[in-house]
Design a protein around this ligand. Structure first.
Ligand SMILES: NC(=O)c1ccc[n+]([C@@H]2O[C@H](COP(=O)([O-])OP(=O)(O)OC[C@H]3O[C@@H](n4cnc5c(N)ncnc54)[C@H](OP(=O)(O)O)[C@@H]3O)[C@@H](O)[C@H]2O)c1
Length: 237
C-alpha cells in the first residue's frame, strides 16, 4: 500500500489517482480531511479494486504523524511506498522575509518527510522492502530569487534522501528525490507569473512515480531524478 502526503494537491492528487488506477491501495493524507474524503470516494468509485483511506495529517506535528501511522498500519498492516508530496512555498525578499514563513517552509518541506519516514520506516526495515519518494524539485538543486526558504528546504530534502539511501540500502529500502521542473499547480500559479511559461502536467510526475513503484525503473539508491519541463532545453552534451 502507498501513503501519499499532500494528496489533495495537484501533484499528490495525480499520484494518488495513477497508483489507485494501477490497483494500489492508497492512503490519502492532508490537513483538509473533507478533501481527502472526497478524493477517496472518487478513487474507490473509479477504481473499485483499490482500497483507499482518507487521513487527516499535519506533517509538521509529531502527534498528527503518529496518529497517521497508527491508523495506516491498523488498516493495512504494512507500508510499501511513502510519497512525500506535502509542501508549501512562500515568496519573500531577503530584506524583510518573515521568520514564520521560513520556519513553516522548513517544518513542512523537510521536517514533514523526516517525521513521516521516522514513523513508518521501521515496518519497511522489518520486511526488508520499501520505497520512499521525496518531492523535491529543481529548487532543491539550485537557488532562486525570493524563494530562499523554499530552495533551502528542498536542498535539505535532497540531502535527507541521499543520507537515508545510504543508511537504508542494506535494509532493502530505496529512497529517491524527484526533481521536476515547474509543474502546473495552485502552488505555482498562486505565487509565480507563469504566463507563457511551459509547465509540466502533474500527470507527468505521477507517471514517473508509477514506473518507480512498479519497479520498471530501478535507479541507484539515493538517485536525484530530474523531470525536465516542456520548455527546458536539454543540457549540452
Ligand atoms: N508545483 C511545482 O512546480 C513543483 C515542482 C517540484 C516539486 N514540487 C513539490 O511537490 C509537492 C506538491 O506540490 P503541488 O504543486 O502539488 O502543491 P499543492 O497543489 O499546493 O499541494 C500541496 C499539498 O500539500 C498539503 N500540505 C501543505 N502543508 C501540509 C502540512 N503541514 N501537512 C500535510 N499536508 C500539507 C496540501 O494540503 P492541505 O493544505 O490541505 O494540508 C496539499 O495537498 C510539494 O512538496 C512541492 O514543493 C512542486
Amino acid at each position: 500500500m502507498v501513503l501519499v502526503t499532500g494528496a489533495t494537491g495537484a501533484i499528490g492528487g495525480a499520484i494518488a489517482r495513477t497508483l489507485a488506477e494501477a490497483g494500489a491501495n492508497v492512503a490519502v493524507a492532508s490537513r483538509t480531511l473533507h478533501l481527502s474524503e472526497t478524493l477517496v470516494r472518487t478513487l474507490e468509485r473509479d477504481f473499485p479494486g483499490s482500497r483507499c483511506l482518507p487521513i487527516e495529517l499535519d506533517v509538521t506535528k509529531p502527534p498528527s504523524v503518529r496518529n497517521m501511522a497508527e491508523k495506516l498500519l491498523k488498516r493495512y498492516h504494512r507500508i510499501d511506498i511513502v510519497v512525500n508530496a506535502a509542501g508549501v512555498m512562500h515568496m519573500d525578499q531577503v530584506l524583510d522575509a518573515p521568520v514564520e514563513n521560513f520556519t513553516e517552509t522548513l517544518a513542512t518541506n523537510v521536517g514533514g518527510p523526516f517525521l513521516v519516514v521516522s514513523a513508518l520506516v521501521e515496518e519497511m526495515i522489518q520486511r526488508r522492502s520499501g520505497l520512499i519518494l521525496n518531492l523535491a524539485g529543481v529548487a532543491g538543486l539550485k537557488g532562486a530569487p525570493f524563494l530562499a526558504a523554499y530552495c533551502a528546504s528542498k536542498a535539505a530534502l535532497v540531502s535527507l534522501t541521499q543520507s537515508w539511501a545510504e543508511e537504508l540500502d542494506d535494509c532493502g529500502v530505496s529512497v529517491y528525490a524527484l526533481c521536476p521542473d515547474l509543474v502546473d499547480s495552485p502552488m505555482v500559479r498562486g505565487l509565480l507569473n507563469v504566463d507563457g511559461v511551459p509547465l509540466l502536467a502533474p500527470q507527468a510526475v505521477a507517471e514517473r512515480v508509477l514506473v518507480l513503484a512498479t519497479g520498471a525503473e530501478r535507479p541507484e539508491n539515493g538517485a536525484i531524478l530530474t523531470l525536465p519541463g516542456p520548455g527546458t532545453l536539454p543540457a549540452p552534451a
